[in-house]
Ligand binder design. Structure first.
Ligand code: PMP
Ligand code: GLU
Length: 395
């Protein structure tokens, strides 16, 4: 009964694990949830006030499909101010989270059989969205030893005449890797030789960046007209539930995505758009405060992770994830548990230590596991204590 298209689609592993952890919690189990990636902070008050005002001011009707002009102007000002990038409001499409704009871009550019280069480990939704568009994901693996970064030579080697798009996610979910301007420039040198390749730059973790070097491939003049910048308010302003993200793109792509969105969902929530406008035009101290808290927690979790025998870790430079290599546990046992994969280890940690994480396999990186440290210092300490204790039982 269900279409082949949807049967071929895997469910989001991050959302599934978070749901599982919520169910265990509801059943009375004291689970610490390090599975889903979302800031634990509340949305700043000035943003909430703007949403309340929007309700009172009757922003209750359909907005234009790509979002209110005032919000698109605010996004252009943000891009100019923070990224030194010039766009017109016609080049901005606002949708239900960065996720919708990623999906819009892929569905608007990818024909059946087109190849999309995805450096891995990669966020769970990329491969699935490419499959939905009947494109062909071409995975290019990076490893812990290189800080999970691919090289320009690897990129060059993956490009064929069928390559339509490169997906670049920096800071990266799930590894926290951040490409420097120099590294991105080297990618641009390769891409200059292949003008048929578009770049989708997912910059949703832009502000959760401990390198402080904010850099977008769109800042390289030869790349700007081939790049679709994706960003939004979910992570920077602790607004995951408000569902506002945007794309900044060459005009024909923005128009195509607006057409698609017009048939699919219309413009996103009017109230949430007014809140996002306040986020972009208001005081930005909250963004910096949250980044500082994430950096402190990054330092804490890396320090505690080094004490877990059998884990290999690097020091992530951005986002709020740790991505240890846990493959040394494969082949070990405790009681009825036998670890045959990182998925088994993640399940063991959930059942034995009551800590929810996500299997690296969901990010095209079996043997690894993802922990989100967007939670309190206390939760991080307790979760890592439990994981250490449970891991030591595996022999
Ligand atoms: N890109 C990456 C890399 C993500 O981790 C996420 C998850 N939040 C998204 C995009 C989607 O974000 P949004 O909440 O704006 O849809
Ligand atoms: N992006 C977050 C994560 O990876 C939220 C869940 C999702 O959208 O996949 O956990």
């Amino acid at each position: 009964m269900i279409s082949q298209r949807i049967q071929n689609l895997s469910p989001s592993a991050t959302l599934a694990m978070s749901q599982k952890s919520a169910e265990l919690k509801a059943a009375g189990v004291d689970v610490i949830n390090l599975s889903v990636g979302e800031p634990d902070f509340d949305t700043p008050d000035f943003i909430k006030e703007a949403a309340k005002k929007a309700i009172d001011d009757n922003f209750s009707r359909y907005s234009p499909v790509p979002g209110y002009l005032s919000l698109r102007k605010a996004v252009c000002e943000k891009l100019e101010r923070e990224n030194n990038l010039t766009y017109t409001p016609e080049q901005i499409v606002v949708g239900n989270g960065a996720k919708q704009e990623l999906a819009n871009t892929i569905l608007s550019l990818i024909n059946p059989g087109d190849e999309v280069i995805i450096p891995t480990p990669a966020w769970v939704s990329y491969v699935e969205l490419v499959k939905l568009a009947e494109g062909k994901p071409v995975l290019v693996p990076a490893h812990l030893e290189n800080d999970f970064k691919i090289t320009p030579a690897q990129l060059e080697g993956a490009i064929t005449p069928k390559t339509k798009m490169l997906l670049l996610n920096s800071p990266c979910n799930p590894t926290g890797s951040v490409y420097s301007f120099n590294e991105i420039s080297k990618f641009a040198e390769v891409l200059e030789k292949h003008p048929q390749v578009y770049i989708m730059a997912d910059e949703i973790y832009e502000h959760i960046n401990y390198n402080k070097e904010v850099c977008s491939i769109a800042q390289i003049p030869s790349m700007k007209d081939r790049t679709i910048v994706i960003n939004g308010v979910s992570k920077a302003y602790a607004m995951t539930g408000w569902r506002i993200g945007y794309m900044a793109a060459p005009l024909p792509i923005a128009k195509a995505c607006t057409k698609l969105q017009g048939q699919y969902t219309s413009g996103p929530s009017s109230i949430a758009q007014k809140a996002a406008e306040a986020a972009y035009t208001g005081p930005q101290k909250c963004v910096d405060d949250m980044r500082k808290a994430f950096e402190r927690r990054r330092n804490l979790i890396v320090e505690l992770a080094k004490e877990i025998e059998g884990w290999k870790v690097n020091v992530p430079q951005g986002a709020f994830y740790l991505f240890p290599d846990v493959s040394s546990f494969i082949g070990k046992k405790h009681g009825d548990y036998e670890i045959k994969s990182s998925g088994d280890y993640v399940l063991y940690i959930l059942q034995e230590a009551h800590v929810a994480c996500v299997d690296g396999d969901a990010f095209c990186a079996p043997g690894y596991m993802r922990l989100s440290y967007a939670t309190s210092d206390e939760n991080i300490r307790e979760a890592m204590r439990r994981i250490k204790e449970a891991s030591a039982k595996l022999k």
